[in-house]
Design a binder for this molecule. Structure first.
Ligand code: GRF
Length: 201
């Protein structure tokens, strides 16, 4: 059984979607640990409510990003983690984690990458006046929100949308495609060829 770690910083609705897909047997995997850089992230409570080990690793306690990530890595190693999911994790990954988990870290982003990387992607897209936006699950590499794309889902922007209504509709789709992408990884169906991710049949 593939052992998953989820890195979070906030409310954890994507974490919840992954937990649900494991509990309803859509995903055959196990979340072994949830790690947050924020002590009161609601995601930690969600994990504990499902009997999942939930740990706060405080970046403030470490002199550098590298030392902080070494501590995170210790937690991953002690749980024999195969796959790391970023789910609303607000820190940019450094070399330590990227090297240790090369091609084994996924992220969900609330826009159609490569458009609108970075923070507040839904708002960036909305203010730009796009007619469609959406979400993207991708492998994580050294470029911010820039790794090979696994799945994307479009959401239409209507005249009466606000940033919030758009973000809500995108989030609904996030909760669908993140478990789908994880399932493809867990079933070993993803092949990375340069920038492209192909699916084994
Ligand atoms: C989501 O919109 C995700 O795409 C982005 O951060 C947000 C996290 O939300 N990376 P949640 O913590 O999963 O509810």
């Amino acid at each position: 059984m593939i052992r998953i770690a989820v890195l979070v910083s906030g409310r954890g609705s994507n974490l919840q979607a992954i937990i649900n897909s494991i509990e309803n047997k859509y995903l055959k995997a196990q979340i072994s640990i949830v790690i947050s850089d924020i002590s009161d992230a609601y995601a930690l409570e969600r994990a504990r409510a499902h009997g999942i080990k939930a740990v706060h690793v405080d970046p403030g306690k470490f002199a550098s990003k590298e030392l902080y990530e070494i501590e995170v890595l210790k937690n991953l190693n002690s749980e024999n983690i195969d796959l790391v999911l970023l789910a609303g994790y607000m820190k940019i990954l450094g070399k330590t984690l990227l090297t240790a988990y090369k091609d084994r870290i996924l992220n969900i982003h609330p826009a159609l990458l490569p458009a609108f990387p970075g923070l507040h992607a839904q708002e960036q897209a909305f203010r730009h006046g796009v007619k469609v936006s959406g979400c993207t699950v991708h492998f994580v590499d050294e470029e911010l929100d820039g790794g090979p794309i696994i799945l994307q889902k479009c959401v239409e922007v209507t005249d009466d949308d606000t940033v919030q209504t758009l973000a809500d509709r995108i989030l609904e789709q996030e909760h669908k495609i993140y478990p789908e992408a994880v399932k493809l990884f867990v079933e070993n169906k993803l092949i990375i060829e340069g920038r492209k991710v192909k699916f084994k049949t």
